[in-house]
Design a protein around this ligand. Structure first.
Ligand SMILES: Nc1ncnc2c1ncn2[C@@H]1O[C@H](COP(=O)(O)OP(=O)(O)OP(=O)(O)O)[C@@H](O)[C@H]1O
Ligand SMILES: O=C(O)C1=C[C@@H](O)[C@@H](O)[C@H](O)C1
Length: 299
């Protein structure tokens, strides 16, 4: 199985540590221009054309992909003690990637961007990669091709992302359900952003764009006609139900970060970095085994 993530950004395949110097330098020059959204080379273009477009865009902007995304002039612009936390986390990772898992609305995408910027890591979002590769939105993939087709795309995306180093990867909320996905997740450090259904419901709002939260009450009024309070309560219940099914899988993560109401994105990202650095300090990875910890073992 090849070429699923690569066609989007034409990033050569490479290993975590085993790639040759020429491969590594090629990778760095390409990944440096490999913007996650909003920039994506058109899928209709040939890989060569997409690669040239990326390079041209990079030269034109002379900024890193994260700077392209966030309009920031530099990463790690926090306080010196915060910078120290991110530096320690980055050093301890030794190039490995960070996978954020958790329910819809937990903040995987938002925190992932923030974390990547602070760490000068690349950032990928599997939902966005899937939408780009499929050429349609997630709700359309669900309605036209079915959830299993979406899950297959998700598995392929995670499988290909294994080859990337120094990346923060925001995953889809349901990726933890397939055992085979854990083979991909465990090539890096897996962090679970844990939040209550109530907080998640506040964050996802109407559930727009999230097919598993769409209110399918055939007998009742259309979702948009439902009273906001009723809809919110239903969303909380639906999230509670999903969380009950998934919690045992999320808890296989290497690090669990509790996201409480009122914690800003900066505070959550810093907590991720601090707890993760501590976890690696206590359980250093071995070169032969990139997986940090046996699954199921948590602090
Ligand atoms: N710490 C935070 N403080 C305030 N708002 C937040 C925080 N974290 C996330 N949000 C907001 O909550 C919403 C959901 O966040 P986000 O899209 O990052 O979640 P997600 O886990 O990636 O969800 P999904 O799996 O559905 O893509 C966004 O509007 C985001 O701005
Ligand atoms: O929790 C889930 O199963 C999902 C979460 C989203 O991120 C998307 O991956 C999709 O809507 C499914």
């Amino acid at each position: 199985m090849t070429g699923f993530v690569t066609p989007l950004w034409h990033v050569p395949q490479h290993g975590h540590y085993g790639s040759s110097r020429s491969e590594r330098s090629q990778w760095q020059s390409v990944i440096g221009g490999a913007c996650t959204p909003p920039f994506r080379p058109p899928l209709s273009a040939s890989p060569g054309a997409r690669f040239r477009a990326l390079c041209a865009r990079r030269r034109a902007s002379a900024r890193s992909p994260l700077q392209c995304l966030q309009g920031s002039e530099g990463a790690s612009n926090g306080k010196p003690d915060e910078q120290q936390v991110y530096r320690e986390f980055r050093d301890r990772l030794q190039g490995l990637s960070v996978y954020l898992v958790g329910m819809m609305g937990a903040g995987k995408t938002s925190i992932g961007w923030h974390l990547a910027q602070q760490m000068r890591y690349a950032f990928y979002d599997t939902d966005t990669i899937i939408e780009g590769a499929a050429g349609k939105s997630i709700p359309r993939i669900f309605s036209e091709d079915g959830e299993q087709a979406f899950r297959d795309l998700e598995t392929r995306t995670l499988n290909e992302l294994q080859a990337y180093v120094r990346a923060v990867i925001a995953t889809g909320g349901g990726c933890v359900l397939r055992p085979q996905n854990w083979g991909s997740l465990h090539t890096g450090l897996v962090v679970y952003l844990r939040a209550s259904p109530r907080l998640l419901a506040e964050r996802v709002g109407s559930g727009h764009g999230r097919p598993l939260l769409m209110h399918r009450d055939d007998a009742g009024p259309p979702a948009e006609d439902i009273d906001a309070d009723v809809r919110h309560k239903r969303t909380v219940l639906r999230l509670q139900e999903l969380l009950e099914q998934r919690e045992k899988f999320y808890e296989q993560a290497d690090v669990i970060v509790d996201v409480e109401p009122g914690m800003s994105m900066g505070v959550v990202a810093l907590t991720v970095a601090r707890q993760s650095a501590q976890r690696i300090r206590d359980n250093p990875p071995t070169p032969a085994r990139r997986k940090f910890f046996p699954s199921g073992e948590n602090p």
